[in-house]
Design a protein around this ligand. Structure first.
Ligand code: BES
Ligand code: ZN
Ligand code: ZN
Length: 510
C-alpha cells in the first residue's frame, strides 16, 4: 500500500473511493460545518451529498458513515462521508478508528485507489496536528486492512477476496505540512508492519508456531546494519543457567523449550531497557487441564513474545538511542506422562522454590526465570508483557491491558506511551498485603492462591520479587492480545499485536 500526500482534491477527482469527513456540531440543533473539499464535491453533485445527509438525520458523530456510488456521474466511483465527531472531543484515537473505517469501506466497495481529505484540528490546539493525525489515520488504515489468510484454502480462493488498497492519497492542509506528513506516513508504516508481524505470529496455529520456530523468527531479525543480535539457548543450556521452573513447564511437550535473548545495541545509548514476553506456544493447562472452551484460543499464549519480536522489527528502522534486551523463554504447556505435576516443587533461576499447585498457572513460572535472566543484564528498567490471567480480562474486559508497577514515574511513562500508541492500558494496584496469598507452607512461593478473587494482582505480586531492586512493570495482555468480538475497525478479528506500538513509543521517549 502506497501513501502520497496531495495538495488539493480536484472537484472531479478520479479514484475508486473518495473519503470526506463531517464534523458534528458542538451544540445540538446547529448545523455541522462543512469542509472545503466537501462543499466543492457537493457542488459538482448538485447538492446531492447535503440532501442525502439531511434525509438520514446524519449528525457527523464519530463513526457515522454514508457510502454511495456516483453511478458514472463523477470520476470518483464511490464517495464516503465519515463522521468524526465534535471538534471539542476530537482526539487521535478517533482519527485512528476513522482510518480503520476507511479500510473497511474500501473492502466493501472493492476500492484500490482511495483519496482522503484532511481531518480538521480539534478545538483545543494540538501541536503538529497535521503530522500526528496523519500517523493515526495511516495506522488505522494499515491495521484495519490487515487479514490473516495464510491458512485459507481452495474454498476461499473461489470467494473472491476484495482487492488490497494500492494507493491512498492524503490531502495536506497546507504546503508546510507536507514534509512532516510524509515522515508520519513512514513512521506509521514501520509501526504497523511490526504490529502486523506480531499479529501473524500469534494467529499462526501452535502446531506451526512451536518454541523453536519462534526462536527462528527472532534470529531472522538480526540482520546487518540493524544493531540487533540474537542468542538462543537450548534446554540443556537453560538447565545449566538454572531455568528449572521453565524447563518443568515444558516437560510434557514433544517440543523442546528454548530461551531467546535479542539485543539491540546502537552506537549511542543512554539507557538500558529489558523487555520480557510470555512465550507459551500453547497452553493446554497441562495436567490441570483447561476445559475445552477455555483452550480454543490458547495459541495466543505467546503474544507477549510476539510483541517483543514486533518491537525488535521496528527497532531496526526506528533506531532509538536506547539499549534494548528482548527476552522470552518459549515452551509448550502439555499434559503427558512426562509432564510436571501439581504438588511438584520447582526452582527458579534465582533459587526461589515454587510449589506448583496448578499446572495451568504456568506463565508465572516461565516469567520468574525470564525476569531473573533480564535482571542479570543489569537494565535500568524491566517491562514484561504476558497473557497471564483470565482475572485481568474479568477486571478490565477484552480491550484493555492491566499495568502493575510500584514505580509511579515508570507507570506514567508507559501510560503516556500506550495512550499515544492507541494500546488501551489501565493501572491496577500491586496491593502488598495480598503477597501473603502466594506464600507456600513447604516452599518459598506457590503458584496459585486458593481464592477466585484478585487473580491478576496476585499473579503480578508473584512476579515482583524476581526483578530484585530493578524498576519493573508488568503488563497483563490476556484480554487485548486477541480480538474475538470486534469493537473497533482498526482491530479486526484475530490477534491485535497489542504492545508493539506502545513499546516503541516508550523507548523513543527515553
Ligand atoms: N494463559 C492463561 C491466561 C489467559 C486466559 C490468557 C485467557 C488469555 C486468555 C494462563 O496461563 C492461565 O491459565 N491462567 C489461569 C491462572 C489460574 C490457574 C491461577 C487463569 O487465569 O485462569
Ligand atoms: Zn495456563
Ligand atoms: Zn498461559
Amino acid at each position: 500500500m502506497e501513501f502520497t500526500i496531495i495538495r488539493e482534491i480536484g472537484a472531479d477527482v478520479s479514484t475508486d473511493l473518495l473519503v470526506l469527513f463531517a464534523t458534528q456540531a458542538d451544540k445540538a440543533d446547529t448545523k455541522a460545518s462543512r469542509t472545503e473539499a466537501f462543499t466543492a464535491v457537493d457542488a459538482t453533485l448538485d447538492g446531492e451529498l447535503e440532501r442525502m445527509i439531511d434525509a438520514r438525520s446524519y449528525t457527523g458523530g464519530a463513526g457515522e458513515r454514508i457510502v454511495f456510488p456516483t453511478l458514472g456521474k463523477r470520476k470518483a466511483k464511490y464517495v464516503a462521508v465519515i463522521g468524526i465527531g465534535k471538534r471539542s472531543t476530537r482526539d487521535l484515537d478517533v482519527v485512528r478508528k476513522t482510518g480503520g473505517m476507511i479500510a473497511l469501506i474500501a473492502r466493501e466497495v472493492r476500492a484500490r485507489r482511495v483519496v482522503v481529505e484532511c481531518v480538521e484540528e480539534p478545538k483545543h490546539a494540538v501541536s503538529n496536528w497535521a503530522a500526528r493525525s496523519t500517523e493515526a489515520l495511516v495506522e488505522g488504515v494499515l491495521l484495519g486492512s490487515h487479514r490473516f489468510h495464510a491458512y485459507k484454502g481452495t474454498m476461499h480462493k473461489k470467494e473472491k477476496e476484495p482487492p488490497a488498497i494500492t494507493t491512498v492519497s492524503l490531502l495536506a492542509p497546507d504546503g508546510r505540512a507536507v514534509r512532516s506528513m510524509d515522515e508520519s506516513v513512514r513512521t506509521a508504516q514501520t509501526l504497523c508492519e511490526a504490529t502486523n508481524l506480531a499479529r501473524d505470529l500469534v494467529n499462526t496455529p501452535s502446531e506451526d508456531m512451536t518454541p523453536s520456530r519462534l526462536a527462528d523468527v527472532a534470529r531472522s531479525l538480526s540482520i546487518r546494519g540493524s544493531h540487533i543480535s540474537c542468542r538462543v539457548l537450548n534446554e540443556a543450556q537453560m538447565e545449566r543457567m538454572g531455568m528449572h521452573a521453565t524447563v518443568a513447564v515444558g516437560r510434557g511437550s514433544m517440543h523442546r523449550p528454548v530461551a531467546v535473548h535479542l539485543s539491540y545495541l546502537p552506537p549511542k545509548r543512554k539507557k538500558r531497557i529489558a523487555v520480557v514476553g510470555k512465550a507459551v506456544t500453547f497452553d493446554s493447562g497441562g495436567l490441570s487441564i483447561k476445559p475445552a472452551d477455555a483452550m480454543t484460543t490458547m495459541k495466543i499464549d505467546m503474544a507477549g513474545a510476539a510483541s517483543v519480536i514486533g518491537l525488535f522489527r521496528a527497532l531496526a528502522t526506528v533506531k532509538p538511542d536506547v539499549e534494548v534486551h528482548g527476552i522470552f523463554l518459549a515452551v509448550e504447556n502439555m499434559p503427558s506422562g512426562s509432564a510436571y505435576r501439581p504438588g511438584d516443587v520447582v526452582k527458579a533461576m534465582d533459587g526461589t522454590t515454587i510449589e506448583v499447585l496448578n499446572t495451568d498457572a504456568e506463565g508465572r513460572l516461565t516469567l520468574a526465570d525470564a525476569i531473573c535472566y533480564a535482571a542479570k543484564q543489569k537494565p535500568d528498567t524491566i517491562v514484561d508483557l504476558a497473557t497471564l490471567t483470565g482475572a485481568c480480562v474479568g477486571a478490565l474486559g477484552e480491550d484493555i491491558a492491566g499495568l502493575f508497577t510500584s514505580n509511579d514515574a515508570l507507570a506514567s511513562k508507559l501510560l503516556d506511551a500506550a495512550d499515544e500508541a492507541g494500546d488501551p492500558l489501565w493501572r491496577l494496584p500491586l496491593y502488598e498485603p495480598y503477597a501473603q496469598l502466594v506464600k507456600s507452607k513447604i516452599a518459598d512461593l506457590k503458584n496459585i492462591t486458593g481464592t477466585r478473587y484478585g487473580g491478576a494482582i496476585t499473579a503480578a505480586l508473584f512476579l515482583k520479587s524476581f526483578s530484585g531492586s530493578i524498576p519493573w512493570a508488568h503488563i497483563d495482555i490476556a484480554g487485548p492480545s486477541y480480538v474475538e468480538r470486534e469493537t473497533r475497525p482498526d482491530q479486526p478479528y484475530g490477534a491485535s499485536g497489542y504492545g508493539v506500538r506502545m513499546l516503541v513509543k516508550y523507548l523513543e521517549k527515553l
